[in-house]
Design a protein. Structure first.
Length: 76
């Protein structure tokens, strides 16, 4: 996968790019697990903190499938 530019909002979560999409997703999961943002009852949902809300377009809860679509908007 070719390295992609990362928006400033996403860079606050995963670090500065450019990096491949696969690496962005890995780092996103590291961030989610480190900050305990995965919903304990429904593991498919991510409870966004302030940094992730900026990446997720202001949404407080996002499922993992929707997350990849929202993150794509921050890659170019």
């Amino acid at each position: 996968m070719k390295p992609m530019k990362i928006s400033s909002e996403l860079a606050t979560v995963v670090g500065n790019g450019p990096m491949p999409r696969s690496e962005v997703v890995k780092k996103l999961w590291v961030y989610i697990k480190k900050h305990d943002l995965q919903d304990p009852k429904n593991k498919r949902n991510i409870n966004a903190d302030e940094a992730l809300k900026k990446v997720f377009g202001g949404k407080a809860v996002v499922n993992m499938f929707e997350m990849t679509k929202l993150v794509s908007k921050h890659l170019s």
